[in-house]
Design a protein around this ligand. Structure first.
Ligand code: GDD
Ligand code: MN
Length: 373
């Protein structure tokens, strides 16, 4: 009487004669006016392919998610993953890819800067098993970048690319590309090791996958943005550099720990600057003020850069600050204690300073990551 539930399911639903071939993942933040134009372009480019598109929106204030859902209500190929209380391009793309049941997924920006007419070629290379990863490259062999770059952006992008290639074992001409297609199972395999904030998902994927994926690169012209503005800013660059440094340390230091360390160093500079600016005061009060100012700037920078994805506002910003100060004060005590112990063991001043700073910094990083952010 009781058939296995799988068989039952097969009878009740009507499986498509044409299984899904491609999942297109579109991360969006404030792209409402670009949603319809992009869908029209996808529709035109993907004739003859069984595809779906998953928009992953981080609750954009301009109602991007609502725009997508309006269309999704009448077109089952369109899906909206609406994330609340989270930000981050890489994490959005990973979640979108994990939500798809298609054997291959392609990532494309929501602002029409990427050339969607490349998608069928990308899919073909994957289906023919010529590649595990197909990358849309903005750099044609031997030439500079092409398309919607201003001069500063072009130089910065070339530099970032050069750095990325130094660190990566894989030879990608555009490891910063946000436009690529990949076998979904590879994303699933890599997912636990990927960092979810920042813009550099492809770079991260390429460095995490072992054995390295077989790559095909297809050149395209990076278009001007259709509507809205770019979210790539100084913080994104800081995250990228810390990801590179983390790879150089063979993942011993996390990108976040490195950023936290850099912010700590900036705090030392702030402290010195304040002490010199207050040279009319006696040293001790000047130093006390300097330390408080440095601690405050450290907290605020960490909150906006290091922990931008968990950023505190309003009352939480204040209570977080108090906790941060308390933990750093304990860290300072640990610093002094360890420094004096180390100095007793090895009577060189620098040994004491380094040992104290290392322990103090580690304490601050670990405890604030647990109790503040
Ligand atoms: N869900 C989500 N969450 N989407 C985001 C977020 C976020 O926090 N930040 C940006 N996006 C979306 C944007 O809405 C857009 O669709 C896409 O990600 C790319 O963001 P842009 O702000 O347009 O980036 P860009 O054009 O400056 O950067 C391009 O070049 C970079 C390399 O220089 C993109 O192709 C990047 O992927 C690429 O790394
Ligand atoms: Mn863009």
């Amino acid at each position: 009487m009781s058939a296995p539930s799988g068989a039952k399911l097969r009878h009740q639903s009507a499986p498509s004669a044409h299984p899904l071939e491609l999942g297109v993942i579109v991360p969006t933040f404030k792209e409402a006016p670009n949603v319809r134009p992009l869908l029209e372009k996808l529709e035109a480019a993907l004739q003859g392919v069984v595809w779906q598109v998953i928009f992953v929106d981080d609750d954009s204030p301009d109602g991007t998610a609502a725009t997508v859902k309006e269309i999704a209500a009448i077109d089952p190929r369109v899906i909206c993953l609406h994330r609340i209380g989270r930000r981050g391009l890489a994490g959005a793309v990973i979640e979108g890819a994990m939500a798809s049941a298609a054997p291959f997924v392609a990532v494309i920006d929501g602002d029409l800067q990427h050339d969607e007419t490349l998608l069928p070629q990308m899919l073909k290379a994957l289906q023919d098993d010529r590649a595990d990863l197909v990358v849309g490259s903005r750099y044609i062999a031997g030439q500079g970048p092409v398309g919607g770059f201003d001069k500063r952006r072009a130089h910065g992008s070339l530099f970032a690319t050069w750095l990325g290639r130094k660190v990566l074992k894989l030879d990608l001409s555009d490891p910063m590309s946000g436009f690529f297609a990949i076998r979904r199972s590879l994303v699933e395999r890599a997912a636990p090791k990927l960092s979810t904030d920042g813009f550099k998902l492809l770079f991260d994927l390429a460095s995490v996958l072992d054995p390295p994926p077989r790559v095909v690169e297809l050149p395209y012209v990076f278009r001007e943005r259709h509507e809205g503005e770019s979210k790539l800013d100084g913080r994104v660059v800081a995250h990228y550099l810390s990801l590179l440094a983390s790879k150089l340390s063979r993942d011993v230091l996390s990108p976040r720990a490195l950023l936290f360390g850099l912010v700590g160093l900036s705090g030392v500079l702030v402290n010195v600057a304040v002490v010199y600016a207050l040279s009319d005061l006696r040293f001790l009060p000047a130093q006390a003020i300097g330390a408080v100012v440095a601690m405050t700037s450290n907290y605020l920078i960490n909150n906006t850069v290091t922990y931008r994805d968990k950023r505190k506002r309003g009352l939480a910003l204040l209570t977080g600050y108090l906790r941060f100060c308390l933990l750093c004060a304990i860290g300072l005590a640990a610093n002094v204690a360890v420094a004096s112990l180390a100095f007793q063991l090895v009577p060189h001043r620098w040994v004491g300073v380094v040992a104290g700073a290392a322990v103090g910094a580690a304490w601050n990083y670990i405890t604030t990551s647990l109790a503040v952010w």
